[in-house]
Write a protein that binds this ligand. Structure first.
Ligand code: SF4
Ligand code: FE
Length: 477
């Protein structure tokens, strides 16, 4: 298993083509824009070597019997699903932000089971191929980006109806050696510090759209692949020390737009090629695994928001006020509610035909739906407790300025016993963790709210509920 150091070292040998803020970044490992996200992903490697968390972050490969990092594992029971959630909360408590590696973890679990079912029905060769790829990932402890979201263009049209079909990733050529794909993947979490990308379709497809039914593995630095790194709220603060708030780990997952310009993929890395009938199943399985996570990682992030809010209430001298205590309790209640749901969808998981385990889909979708609301409410309460200065603070350059620094220091002080700089640091941490980029990720990461409602309706078994009501009301038939 890699550790944080060997993971970062392994990124240096990648020949990634990355652009950020209009410039090509040749050394991603030392780029101040990207480094925090690398530090965050590196925690998934570091914690595997921490004896206190070994049971959560490592496990035994069902393929080789060897000890592996859990992020490369295929769930072998509901115990694995529960441990995944506990691991995510624990790591988020260290990073205060997204550590990115779960997307590929979920994509691998979805691909493992769907390729098995596809092969059984269509006699395709994908499951064994995928197992070989998985073995390579486990043996080398690689970070895989889960590449699902297509840019889509006009959302009212099917992929084949679009004037520009590249808005969905598609197969443009098939030959005896492999396939050539073209298109792009949007909002790619952790992609510029991943070794591999696991490409999947983004929606259920019909026969007309079979060219878009493609799943395959592509190295992040393969010829034809380029990444355009996203801007975030206040990302120039990454160049500072005090103002950035969480300068070591950044905000969310360092997302990028990944362009696939006629990328060749050899057959041994192709896991779906025109089997449009299985696109929907792959999308839904991946989505449910990923929605499971959010009561884990976001509960860990909320733990820090609660801690920062409590600290600010002390620094502001209002920690004993009963309404402040009540607001803290409200944040705790919301956070633990998120966590309960993640644990529930995991322990209510089921065995799939291939032998691996899947979360309870309706509970996983409720988990993520709650995130789209509760995280905003937790952020709202944290702003209420913090006070308006988190929005009006001068820059750290003013605090450190030889002439005006003394005024910032004097007039932004709270209680006497706490340094102004510490009060500013916590305020910036809160601002950073509850700002636009972080909130939008809670809304749309793992799918927008409507996507969860579609699954909830499908899984709700309304016929059964109507039968129950009729029986109780004495209605026959
Ligand atoms: Fe993992 Fe959470 Fe980041 Fe998704 S948002 S990749 S679940 S840490
Ligand atoms: Fe996410």
């Amino acid at each position: 298993m890699k550790n944080a150091e060997t993971y970062v070292e392994s990124l240096k040998s990648l020949k990634l083509k990355v652009f950020a803020s209009g410039e090509q970044i040749t050394n991603i490992v030392d780029s101040p824009l990207i480094k925090p996200h690398i530090n965050s992903a590196a925690m998934t490697y570091e914690m595997a070597h921490n004896p206190a968390f070994e049971d959560l972050v490592t496990t035994t490969s069902h393929l080789t019997g060897k000890k592996i990092n859990r992020f490369t594992h295929i769930h072998q029971g509901t115990d694995d699903l529960v441990k995944k959630v506990k691991m995510l909360r624990m790591i988020a408590q260290q990073t205060g932000t997204c550590f990115q590696r779960c997307v590929g973890f979920d994509a691998m679990n979805a691909m493992y089971s769907v390729t098995y079912e596809m092969d059984r029905e269509l006699n395709t060769p994908y499951h064994e191929r995928f197992k070989q790829f998985l073995l390579y990932i486990q043996e080398n402890d690689l970070m895989v980006a889960g590449s699902m979201t297509d840019p889509k263009g006009d959302r009212g049209l099917k992929p084949s109806q679009l004037k520009d079909p590249d808005l969905y990733t598609r197969i443009v050529e098939k030959n005896d050696k492999g396939i050539v794909i073209r298109g792009a993947k949007a909002h790619q979490t952790g992609i510029v510090n991943s070794h591999e990308m696991l490409i999947m379709p983004t929606i259920a497809l019909t026969e007309d759209d079979k060219a878009f039914a493609v799943a395959c593995a592509v190295p992040t630095d393969a010829p034809g692949v380029l990444h355009i790194f996203g801007r975030q709220t206040n990302d120039e603060r990454k160049f500072g020390l005090i103002d950035q708030g969480n300068c070591r780990f950044g905000v969310v997952g360092g997302e990028a737009l990944t362009v696939l310009e006629d990328v060749f993929v050899p057959w041994d890395r192709v896991f779906m090629c025109e089997e449009y009938q299985y696109a929907g199943a792959l999308v839904e399985r991946f989505a449910c695994y990923h929605r499971q996570n959010y009561g884990g990682c976001k509960a860990g992030v909320s733990d820090i928001i609660i801690g920062a809010s409590s600290l600010l209430s002390f620094y502001n001298g209002v920690s004993k006020a009963s309404h402040i205590r009540d607001k803290i309790v409200e944040m705790v209640h919301l956070t633990e509610t998120l966590y309960c749901c993640s644990i529930a969808c995991s322990s209510e998981g089921n065995k799939l035909p291939c032998g691996s385990y899947y979360v309870n889909p309706i509970l996983a979708n409720v988990t993520k739906q709650n995130i789209t609301r509760f995280i905003y409410e937790i952020a709202r309460i944290s702003h209420d407790i913090a006070g308006g200065f988190i929005a009006t603070l001068p820059s750290e350059k003013d605090l450190l300025h030889p002439e005006i620094g003394k005024y910032v220091d004097k007039y932004f002080r709270g209680v006497d016993s706490v340094k102004t700089e510490d009060r500013i640091r916590i305020a910036r941490l809160l601002e950073n963790m509850t700002g636009g980029t972080a909130l939008a990720e809670s809304m749309h990461g793992a799918g927008s709210p409507q996507a969860q409602r579609v699954v909830m309706l499908r899984q709700a078994n309304l016929d059964h509920k109507m039968t129950l009501a009729k029986k109780l009301a004495g209605i026959e038939s």
